[in-house]
Design a protein around this ligand. Sequence first.
Ligand code: HDE
Length: 667
Amino acid sequence: MENKKTNQLKKYAINNEKHAGLTTNQGLKMAEDEFSLKSGLRGPTLMEDFHFREKMTHFDHERIPERVVHARGVGAHGIFQLYESLGKYTRADFLTDPSKITPVFVRFSTVQGSRGSSDTVRDVRGFATKFYTDEGNFDLVGNNMPVFFIQDAIKFPDFVHAVKPEPHNEIPQGASAHDTFWDFIGQNHESAHMIMWHMSDRAIPRSLRMMEGFGVHTFRLVNAEGKAHFVKFHWKPTLGVHSLVWDEAQKIAGKNPDFHRQDLYEAIEKGDFPEWELGLQIIREEDEHAFDFDILDPTKIWPEEEVPVKIVGKMTLNRNVDNFFAETEQVAFHPGHVVPGIDFSNDPLLQGRLFSYTDTQLSRLGGPNFHQIPINQPVCPFHNNQRDGMHQMTIHHGQTSYHRNGLNANQPQPVPVEKGGYEHYQEKVEGNKIRGRSESFLDFYSQAKLFYNSLAPYEQQHVKDAFSFELGKCKSDMVKYNAIDLLNHIDRQLAKEVAENIGSLLPEKNREVNSSKKSPALSMANTVRKPDTKSVAVLLNGKPNEAQLSDWIKTFVQHKINYSIVDKKVYPLNGMLKVTDTYDTADPCLFDAILLMSSGPIIDAPVLDFIETTYKHYKPLGLALDDHQALEKSRVNTNAIGVYDLSKSSIQLFIEGIAQGRFWDRN
Ligand code: HDE
């Protein structure tokens, strides 16, 4: 899938196969690449061995610093297209011309762990999109949760120091279940809302393709007449929002640490292109103070029932990177990369981010010319008087490199607004210099409660379990008690149950915020459900009925369901089918559903383990048993919801079960 950006990248592509021979970086052909130059076959290596020195020096410097947060990530190329013009709100060209196809690059990430950590840990997921528009790059650097832990950027280093592995022993990796994180949360009640999201199923997505994305901050859209509206950006996945269960997430972290990046890579390779719709929540400037929350506060959502999400376009990821380092690792996002028609708000978290992102690239990418790295270049021309610096790739011609020059007709000249020049929105601002927080930011608990109230009972149970797990891992009683104290401001019953589970005291006084408000849009129980791109393991226990198996596989393929056939060994079946996995290489946690074809009275132990684990994780089970008693002594209730006896019910029902995903009412 090609677009303006991928075509631009081609200029830099090198395919070794097309080259005649091995050379040094100076272009010298080398006759030998296995032996260093020595004084005698058993003698010492010589200093003059330039080939060895060059090869080793380059290798010694292959690594660059990983991102200080969001170090582990995966990226893909794609396109964005608008459904209808948003000219009423913005003059951004890519948001006003529905015929325009804008190339994008998206990088998904976890926050806490280092580059080699596991994908399925409990964490926030980064969801950063670079739109290569004809007016320059616009970066929407968001997360899969709509709020954040802190309200002011100056606290970010403190928050990150608290959540990252502890400094004395660098433990834990890819986890927030430790004392410093919970100490921070207990001491900073502005995190109350975000911690509820973090303890919810949103923090353990089933797939990066099945997560929402949020710009988090309030931005501004400004139209051609200079009229502004406040806006929040949303990404809504067309496959719906789905999660793992915690037991699965932990096991997958060991069984396949690359679970999410592999899932994304394989879906794109297969042509099952992930899609998200772009949604906007828009508030008129006149209504800035019309809500019971401050719209500049990044720990608050705008409930969708109060401010509807207007769906305006679609993004499709349709191409994997050619080289992980060159593209995914070197891509540099920045919330300050905006285009005409998009501007900032005074959200104090956003304001601080506008500094941090360029600054961090200087050490990560080694100098001020990182915008010249192919993945970061805009697809439109860029000219200015900035010069030199580390890794300068451009040969600027001419005598002048300063503004107001007469020698080169003052080129490059500023572009007037009518011709596409960027103009900052002329917001009137007045105030005394002050370090402090607006009183309108001080209600920490109402939306935390709103989130909890809005969850289905099973989702609330998962939140309780997550708090109990995380706090149960903490060692300090003070840390545990402070966290319970925070919960006591949100929901007394939640605080009480978690306190009991972790052996902590409960504050005597109930300080629960008084609100029974709900926002149904916050619950994942209300999401879209489809069988598409889910995965089924077909387990063989004894010789299968191959004609039947072929029929079922055909139906899976029709529904875009991925399948693996699993037996004790890998071997070909008749026709096109093949056993591709063994009970050793596969694992029940890696699939969305299981179909068991068993031909004898005895179900082998590893097969039984698959079935029982899948049942325990509430996932659909299709059973084709020659002997109907075969599972009688197992922990599987064959009459339970989401268990399909395929000798009686049609495969179609099983497929509906796969679309449904989980059967939470199963006992
Ligand atoms: Fe970031 N954040 N952040 N962040 N952030 C970085 O930039 C920072 C925040 C987000 O895939 C860093 O290039 C500050 C909110 C994503 O390359 C760094 C503050 C949101 C990514 C940085 C925040 C994000 C980053 C580290 C508080 C959601 C990964 C490496 C004021 C709206 C982008 C880098 C990628 C990365 C700073 C808070 C999203 C250090 C100071 C809120 C998705 O610059």
